[in-house]
Design a protein around this ligand. Sequence first.
Ligand SMILES: [Zn+2]
Ligand SMILES: [Zn+2]
Length: 235
Amino acid sequence: MLAIAEQEWLKGFLDFFFPPLCLGCGMYYEGQDSICGNCFQKIEEFDHPFCLNCDSIVPSGSQCPICLKDSALLYVFADYRPPLKEIIINFKFRGITSPAKTFARAIASKFEKQLADFNAQAIVAIPLHAARKNHRGYNQAELLARELAGITNLELADNILYRHKRSRPQSRLELKKRQANVAGVFAAVECENEIKRILLVDDVVTSGATVLEAKKCLEQNGYTVVGIVAIAHGH
Ligand SMILES: [Zn+2]
Ligand SMILES: [Zn+2]
């Protein structure tokens, strides 16, 4: 063990060469979550889920006021705009994985009631194609799902859903082409009835085409997708 004075010295030394910088604004700050209080305050949380069919807010129940039927709902923590957008870009592309824990906690506390109501048996993350995951070194949605599984005491089922075809990044396509881009990209191991009720997790949902395609693939293989959660939603 280092003496207190040595610990202080070491911290000062590390801070000098590797100052803790906020992932949202890039400013120096002291804290645990890699996100400063100022940036956290600016994150615009959503109070209601979205209809994945028409993107409308669903204020209560599961019936969309526009589609006038029960829709697949997306429970999402906040709006995909700065500073959250910058934080997620750091998380997704720059090898900074600490937001997984921060946002798993945020999702678990914001949607505590819904997560209990889903009564899921396992969590499945939207997979990356193996080549993309190898290139990046990790799948950010899976890191988030793993943290969420730890908090909720659910199993992380990382061997059920696969992305067997590569697709172009959705963000570079117009809305109409996004559905076609992800059609048939997933494959799933057939349900053997031990784990049936799935909570689907993604980091960012834009048009919803990807999560809906994953849901369809899981359901074609005998699972029930009981809930869909994400950190951010936007375009
Ligand atoms: Zn900040
Ligand atoms: Zn709708």
